[in-house]
Design a protein around this ligand. Structure first.
Ligand SMILES: Nc1ncnc2c1ncn2[C@@H]1O[C@H](COP(=O)(O)OP(=O)(O)OP(=O)(O)O)[C@@H](O)[C@H]1O
Length: 274
């Protein structure tokens, strides 16, 4: 394995057993790699298995089959699964779609942002300047430090979630549809923010979305999932210009095109282009 590969997902499968008879093959023999400093977009319709892949990558679910190599270490091996989860907690961070439930409502923004450090070293970060700097990085000022999540808009909450994820300086960020619940104009701002932060900090990024238009402006490579399988993969440019699979073609056809009758869509696409 080349040492520019941060994570190597090999023949990953995950089955949910609902009862003795019913099983759901959520992920079926999925393989892909993420290089250091690369933004990898994983797209597919609802129920195609994207979140299950993300949870396996984060060692939340133990795969039914396959292996995930992180920095060359197999992280799903039976005996080491829990140990690896703990060990790698800081170097991989996850951002969820629903920041309203992923941020503790009882905590202030300053404590939420510093949470990774508390988990890592059991110390509470009291350096207000450091936390403030972290907030500024995601476009929020010091006035947010003492606020609670319920006092913030969806976009502001997601910015806090990003600040928290980046506080531990992770090598990999896994974002599961992080902008899907936001207004379209805010989505464009968030895409630009992700692009800026990744450029500045160089982390690898697994970005999950259900439509292709979002990954076009952000991701170096794109994988398309359909019914639990990775049906297409390549550089984002290739996937967009020469899609092989019928499902990818259908997804591409579903991207809104600039149209005088659809002025709103045009404005959004322009925002993505920066
Ligand atoms: N905890 C669970 N128990 C049982 N089945 C599950 C569970 N989580 C997911 N599934 C099933 O696994 C399949 C894949 O779900 P998954 O959430 O990974 O898809 P997804 O592509 O992320 O969808 P979405 O975009 O809606 O989040 C679906 O059929 C789903 O119903």
């Amino acid at each position: 394995m080349g040492n520019d590969i941060l994570m190597d997902v090999q023949h990953l499968s995950h089955i949910f057993r609902l009862n003795r008879k019913v099983k759901v093959h959520a992920v079926d023999d999925v393989s892909f790699q993420i290089k250091k400093g690369e933004i990898y977009g994983l797209v597919g319709e609802s129920g195609s298995g994207k979140s299950t892949v993300a949870r396996c990558v984060m060692n939340i679910y133990k795969p039914s089959a396959g292996e995930i190599y992180y920095k060359g270490i197999p992280v799903c091996k039976n005996r080491e699964f829990k140990k690896n989860r703990k060990m790698l907690q800081m170097t991989r961070q996850m951002i969820f779609q629903d920041s309203a439930s992923s941020l503790n409502p009882g905590m202030k923004v300053r404590d939420i942002v510093a949470e990774p450090l508390r988990i890592q070293s059991r110390k509470i970060c009291t350096d207000k300047k450091e936390i403030e700097k972290q907030l500024e990085m995601v476009g929020l000022d010091g006035s947010y430090l003492e606020k609670h999540p319920y006092e913030l808009s969806g976009g502001q909450r997601q910015r806090v979630a990003i600040a928290r994820a980046l506080f531990a300086k992770p090598d990999l960020i896994v974002a599961d549809e992080p902008i899907a619940s936001l207004d379209v104009s805010i989505q464009a701002q968030m895409i630009n923010l992700f692009r800026k932060l990744q450029k500045e900090q160089g982390f690898s990024f697994l970005f999950i979305a259900h439509d292709l238009s979002m990954v076009k402006f952000l991701c170096n490579r794109t994988g398309v999932m359909y019914h639990g399988k990775l049906v297409e993969e390549g550089t984002t440019e290739d996937v967009f210009s020469h899609p092989d699979h019928e499902y990818t073609k259908a997804l591409l056809a579903a991207i809104p095109v600039p149209d005088p009758r659809k002025e709103r869509n045009r404005r959004v696409m322009k925002c993505y282009e920066g």
